[in-house]
Design a binder for this molecule. Structure first.
Ligand code: SF4
Length: 469
């Protein structure tokens, strides 16, 4: 796969006429089809958001969400290709539908998402599951109504567009679950080519939505009663819309539109002082940041093509903590990257200790064909990778527990997100810094803001006592 130029594409806005054409097809399907749908979503928040667009389109086409997959007339698989073994798992899950398809030949099965965007993946899928009715990649999502119409007419449409510049489609519906929080895309694609990552090859180059379009979407969500918006992008810090602008400027424009704003993901190399100032000066942006570090050794960071050093990363953490006291910091780590020595890994453990993250997502390096790292020498044996991962998890668990214990006795404002698993009177709320708090409170509803005192801490969450509503 050729690596394209590292420039920020302004994005090609899909012509309004094309969106209207797809909407016209939605109306035609709504008048004649309908039924129940089920969407299986794999991977990251970007895929979750794409599935919400698919669900939104389906509801406009008179489909209703089924209560379980086996009852659906249309089943979609929105796939992810970040992990090498994901293809086997997804193909296995699709293969299980063969008997259902035999019982009900009218069942429509569609497969979309990043995995389909990879060379040869659609062909491999059709070989292993010839009963699949439609296949499309991430860049053809807006064409779903047209493709579905083809499938309903007995065709087998396949749409994999792989223009690295990609498009931005405005004005598509979305069906968001829950009524307190929402994801909003601000940009698509990635220019960074971290050596282990397949995303830039399947999602194309960075392209940013216009600030006015983002504003309009969030204003509409606010009218619907949404209390918290998470801005999404593979690297939100390099948001650069046509006509000028930057991510800190966008945050300022969004100030006060909803009570809480979060964003992900931030790349450390693009985290500017201006952004730290914008966070510090905002009443809307939550004091929380997910800042993936991946490794603590400069040799490994360079091999990963991350564009920063451990010193630079730790300096950023210091600046953030000075500007935004009580900021909740989380990160991602990869253990066992090719060439990682025991000394390199000791540097990762050391960085983890110094940074005192509130939480960390830890992964074993997984070889992903099509990426530079897959071809690197010094692939670390699986046994060593697992042993390193266990040490890293144990270290972070100790830090997380300590940080949660330090919150006991303090009071925080929480946004109630949902019922907790314990029962109807039990709820889960979240602090601005992103910590989940379980508490008991009759009459609470998702979307309520409450004050609570922290009375106990567990491995990853706190227990709170309601003070006021
Ligand atoms: S920043 Fe790196 S890890 Fe994140 S999507 Fe881009 S290439 Fe992948």
């Amino acid at each position: 796969m050729a690596e394209a130029a590292h420039t920020h594409s302004r994005g090609i806005l899909l012509p309004v006429a094309e969106v209207e054409r797809q909407r016209g097809i939605m109306d035609q399907i709504a008048a004649s089809a309908g039924g129940r749908y089920w969407v299986n979503t794999y991977g990251c928040q970007m895929n979750v958001r794409d599935s919400q667009t698919l669900a939104g389109m389906l509801e406009e086409m008179s489909y209703e969400k089924a209560s379980k997959q086996d009852e659906a007339d249309l089943i979609l698989f929105n796939t992810c290709c970040v992990r090498e073994n994901a293809e086997r798992r997804v193909f296995g899950n699709i293969g299980h539908l063969q008997s259902l398809k035999k019982e009900r030949p009218g069942l429509i099965v569609g497969v979309c998402g990043c995995m389909m965007q990879q060379d040869g993946s659609a062909e491999r899928l059709l070989k292993s599951a010839p009963f699949v009715n439609l296949i499309f990649g991430t860049q053809s999502l807006y064409r779903f109504p047209e493709l579905l119409q083809g499938a309903l007419n007995g065709e087998r449409p396949i749409a994999i567009e792989s223009d690295p510049q990609g498009v931005i489609a405005e004005g598509l519906p979305a069906q968001r679950e829950g009524n307190a929080r929402a994801f909003v895309n601000i940009m698509f694609g990635c220019n960074n080519f971290c050596s282990y990552c397949i995303v830039p090859y399947v999602r194309g180059r960075e392209r940013s939505r216009a600030t006015e379009d983002i504003l309009r979407e969030i204003e509409a969500l606010s009218v619907q009663g949404i209390k918290e918006v998470t801005l999404l992008g593979q690297n939100v810090n390099s948001y650069a819309p046509q006509g000028g602008g930057s991510f800190p400027k966008l945050l300022k424009r969004l100030e006060g539109l909803v009570p809480r704003l979060r964003f992900m993901t931030s790349h450390p190399k693009d985290l500017s002082d201006e952004l730290i100032e914008a966070m510090a000066g905002s009443k809307t942006v939550c004091p929380q940041l997910h800042l993936p570090v991946q490794a603590g050794s400069n040799v490994i960071l360079q091999a990963m093509n991350r564009g920063y050093t451990r010193e630079k990363y730790l300096e950023l953490i210091q600046k953030l903590r000075a500007a935004v006291p009580d900021i909740g910091l989380s990160t991602d780590f990869i253990a066992g990257f090719p060439g990682e020595t025991e000394e390199d890994f000791a540097q990762t453990l050391n960085l983890c200790t110094q940074a005192r993250f509130d939480s960390a997502f830890t992964f074993i390096y997984s070889r992903r064909s099509g990426t530079k790292a897959a071809e690197m020498e010094g692939q670390v044996p699986s046994k060593v990778q697992h042993e390193r991962l266990s040490r890293l998890i144990a270290l972070q668990e100790g830090i997380t527990a300590k940080r949660l214990r330090a919150m006991e006795g303090k009071e925080y404002e929480l946004l109630i997100e949902d019922h907790s698993r314990r029962g109807k009177q039990d709820f889960m709320g979240r602090t601005g810094s992103g910590i989940a708090v379980n508490l008991r409170g009759g009459g609470l509803r998702p979307g309520d803001f409450v004050r609570a005192k922290m009375v106990a801490s567990g491995a990853n969450t706190l227990r709170g006592e309601l003070l006021s509503q």
